[in-house]
Design a binder for this molecule. Sequence first.
Ligand code: ADP
Length: 164
Amino acid sequence: MSSAIYPGSFDPVTKGHLDIIKRAAKMFDALTVSVLNNSEKSPLFSVDERVNMLRKACRDIPNVKIDSFSGLTASYAEKTGTDVIIRGLRAVTDFEYELQMAQTNRKILPTLDTVFLTTSLEYAYLSSSIVREVASFGGDISEFVTEDVAQAVYEKFSGEKQNG
Ligand code: ADP
Protein backbone atom coordinates (compact mmCIF):
# COMPACT_ATOMS: atom_id res chain seq x y z
CA MET A 1 0.00 0.00 0.00
CA SER A 2 1.43 3.40 -0.96
CA SER A 3 1.39 6.03 1.73
CA ALA A 4 2.64 9.58 2.22
CA ILE A 5 2.90 12.25 4.90
CA TYR A 6 2.01 15.90 4.34
CA PRO A 7 3.68 17.77 7.20
CA GLY A 8 3.26 21.46 7.98
CA SER A 9 2.26 24.10 10.47
CA PHE A 10 -1.31 24.54 9.14
CA ASP A 11 -1.81 27.61 11.36
CA PRO A 12 -4.56 27.61 10.11
CA VAL A 13 -5.26 25.21 7.22
CA THR A 14 -6.01 27.19 4.01
CA LYS A 15 -7.72 26.34 0.73
CA GLY A 16 -4.21 26.08 -0.74
CA HIS A 17 -3.35 23.29 1.72
CA LEU A 18 -6.69 21.58 1.02
CA ASP A 19 -5.98 21.66 -2.71
CA ILE A 20 -2.66 19.87 -2.12
CA ILE A 21 -4.32 17.38 0.27
CA LYS A 22 -7.03 16.46 -2.26
CA ARG A 23 -4.54 16.02 -5.08
CA ALA A 24 -2.08 14.00 -2.97
CA ALA A 25 -4.92 11.80 -1.67
CA LYS A 26 -5.59 10.75 -5.28
CA MET A 27 -1.95 9.75 -5.77
CA PHE A 28 -1.52 7.57 -2.67
CA ASP A 29 -3.60 4.87 -0.99
CA ALA A 30 -3.18 6.60 2.38
CA LEU A 31 -2.22 10.17 3.24
CA THR A 32 -1.40 11.40 6.73
CA VAL A 33 -1.59 15.16 7.17
CA SER A 34 0.52 15.89 10.20
CA VAL A 35 0.72 19.08 12.24
CA LEU A 36 4.25 19.93 13.30
CA ASN A 37 4.50 20.96 16.92
CA ASN A 38 7.29 23.52 16.57
CA SER A 39 8.28 24.98 19.93
CA GLU A 40 10.23 27.80 18.24
CA LYS A 41 7.16 29.32 16.62
CA SER A 42 4.36 30.95 18.62
CA PRO A 43 1.31 29.81 16.71
CA LEU A 44 -2.16 31.36 16.67
CA PHE A 45 -3.78 27.94 17.19
CA SER A 46 -2.68 25.10 19.49
CA VAL A 47 -1.72 21.78 17.90
CA ASP A 48 -5.04 20.27 19.05
CA GLU A 49 -7.01 23.13 17.51
CA ARG A 50 -5.12 22.78 14.22
CA VAL A 51 -5.67 19.00 14.20
CA ASN A 52 -9.40 19.47 14.82
CA MET A 53 -9.72 22.07 12.05
CA LEU A 54 -7.96 19.73 9.62
CA ARG A 55 -10.16 16.78 10.68
CA LYS A 56 -13.29 18.80 9.93
CA ALA A 57 -11.96 20.10 6.61
CA CYS A 58 -10.90 16.60 5.45
CA ARG A 59 -13.81 14.57 6.85
CA ASP A 60 -15.09 13.71 3.34
CA ILE A 61 -11.77 12.35 2.07
CA PRO A 62 -11.73 8.70 3.22
CA ASN A 63 -8.00 7.93 2.79
CA VAL A 64 -6.79 11.01 4.72
CA LYS A 65 -5.82 10.78 8.38
CA ILE A 66 -4.80 13.70 10.61
CA ASP A 67 -1.97 13.43 13.15
CA SER A 68 0.63 15.61 14.87
CA PHE A 69 4.31 15.21 15.68
CA SER A 70 7.29 17.02 17.13
CA GLY A 71 10.95 16.74 16.25
CA LEU A 72 12.39 15.71 12.92
CA THR A 73 10.08 14.91 10.02
CA ALA A 74 12.50 12.14 8.98
CA SER A 75 12.23 10.47 12.41
CA TYR A 76 8.46 10.73 12.26
CA ALA A 77 8.46 9.19 8.76
CA GLU A 78 10.71 6.36 9.92
CA LYS A 79 8.56 5.69 12.98
CA THR A 80 5.39 5.54 10.88
CA GLY A 81 7.03 3.49 8.11
CA THR A 82 6.44 6.11 5.41
CA ASP A 83 8.84 6.81 2.53
CA VAL A 84 7.21 9.84 0.92
CA ILE A 85 6.80 13.40 2.11
CA ILE A 86 4.45 15.75 0.26
CA ARG A 87 5.21 19.46 0.08
CA GLY A 88 3.60 22.27 -1.88
CA LEU A 89 5.55 24.71 -4.03
CA ARG A 90 3.98 28.11 -4.49
CA ALA A 91 6.76 30.16 -6.06
CA VAL A 92 10.49 30.23 -6.64
CA THR A 93 10.83 31.70 -3.15
CA ASP A 94 9.66 28.37 -1.64
CA PHE A 95 12.13 26.39 -3.73
CA GLU A 96 15.46 27.02 -2.05
CA TYR A 97 14.23 26.18 1.43
CA GLU A 98 12.24 23.17 0.24
CA LEU A 99 15.18 21.78 -1.72
CA GLN A 100 17.42 22.11 1.34
CA MET A 101 14.84 20.38 3.55
CA ALA A 102 14.29 17.55 1.06
CA GLN A 103 18.03 16.93 0.74
CA THR A 104 18.53 17.06 4.51
CA ASN A 105 15.72 14.59 5.03
CA ARG A 106 17.25 12.18 2.53
CA LYS A 107 20.60 12.51 4.24
CA ILE A 108 19.00 11.58 7.55
CA LEU A 109 16.84 8.82 6.08
CA PRO A 110 18.05 7.69 2.62
CA THR A 111 14.79 5.89 1.81
CA LEU A 112 12.80 9.11 2.22
CA ASP A 113 11.70 11.00 -0.89
CA THR A 114 9.91 14.34 -1.15
CA VAL A 115 7.21 14.80 -3.77
CA PHE A 116 6.47 18.43 -4.65
CA LEU A 117 3.08 19.46 -5.93
CA THR A 118 2.93 22.85 -7.57
CA THR A 119 0.18 25.00 -6.22
CA SER A 120 -2.97 25.66 -8.23
CA LEU A 121 -2.68 29.18 -9.64
CA GLU A 122 -5.73 30.43 -7.78
CA TYR A 123 -3.99 29.73 -4.45
CA ALA A 124 -0.45 30.68 -5.42
CA TYR A 125 -0.51 33.87 -3.31
CA LEU A 126 -2.06 32.22 -0.28
CA SER A 127 -0.35 31.44 3.03
CA SER A 128 -1.47 30.92 6.61
CA SER A 129 0.36 34.11 7.60
CA ILE A 130 -1.61 36.16 5.01
CA VAL A 131 -4.84 34.69 6.44
CA ARG A 132 -3.79 35.66 9.98
CA GLU A 133 -2.76 39.15 8.91
CA VAL A 134 -5.92 39.94 6.92
CA ALA A 135 -8.13 38.60 9.74
CA SER A 136 -6.23 40.56 12.39
CA PHE A 137 -7.30 43.76 10.61
CA GLY A 138 -10.89 42.53 10.31
CA GLY A 139 -10.59 41.75 6.56
CA ASP A 140 -12.58 39.11 4.69
CA ILE A 141 -10.86 35.69 4.66
CA SER A 142 -13.78 33.69 3.23
CA GLU A 143 -11.95 33.18 -0.09
CA PHE A 144 -8.90 31.77 1.68
CA VAL A 145 -10.24 29.24 4.21
CA THR A 146 -13.35 27.13 4.89
CA GLU A 147 -16.26 28.65 6.81
CA ASP A 148 -15.41 26.74 10.01
CA VAL A 149 -11.80 27.90 9.91
CA ALA A 150 -12.78 31.52 9.19
CA GLN A 151 -15.04 31.52 12.23
CA ALA A 152 -12.31 30.04 14.43
CA VAL A 153 -9.78 32.65 13.23
CA TYR A 154 -12.16 35.57 13.88
CA GLU A 155 -12.95 34.15 17.32
CA LYS A 156 -9.24 34.00 18.14
CA PHE A 157 -8.70 37.61 17.20
CA SER A 158 -11.80 38.89 19.01
CA GLY A 159 -10.66 36.94 22.11
CA GLU A 160 -7.19 38.46 21.82
CA LYS A 161 -8.65 41.97 21.63
CA GLN A 162 -10.80 41.37 24.71
CA ASN A 163 -7.86 39.93 26.65
CA GLY A 164 -5.31 42.48 25.55
P1 ADP B 1 5.47 25.15 7.04
O1 ADP B 1 5.53 26.20 8.12
O2 ADP B 1 5.99 23.81 7.43
O3 ADP B 1 5.93 25.61 5.68
P2 ADP B 1 2.79 25.54 6.14
O4 ADP B 1 1.55 25.17 6.87
O5 ADP B 1 3.03 26.99 5.91
O6 ADP B 1 3.93 24.85 6.92
O7 ADP B 1 2.84 24.79 4.74
C1 ADP B 1 2.85 23.40 4.65
C2 ADP B 1 3.06 23.01 3.20
O8 ADP B 1 1.99 23.50 2.40
C3 ADP B 1 4.32 23.58 2.57
O9 ADP B 1 4.84 22.61 1.68
C4 ADP B 1 3.84 24.78 1.80
O10 ADP B 1 4.68 25.09 0.71
C5 ADP B 1 2.50 24.29 1.34
N1 ADP B 1 1.56 25.37 1.10
C6 ADP B 1 1.28 26.42 1.89
N2 ADP B 1 0.40 27.26 1.32
C7 ADP B 1 0.11 26.72 0.10
C8 ADP B 1 -0.72 27.12 -1.01
N3 ADP B 1 -1.40 28.26 -0.98
N4 ADP B 1 -0.76 26.32 -2.08
C9 ADP B 1 -0.05 25.18 -2.11
N5 ADP B 1 0.77 24.77 -1.14
C10 ADP B 1 0.85 25.51 -0.04
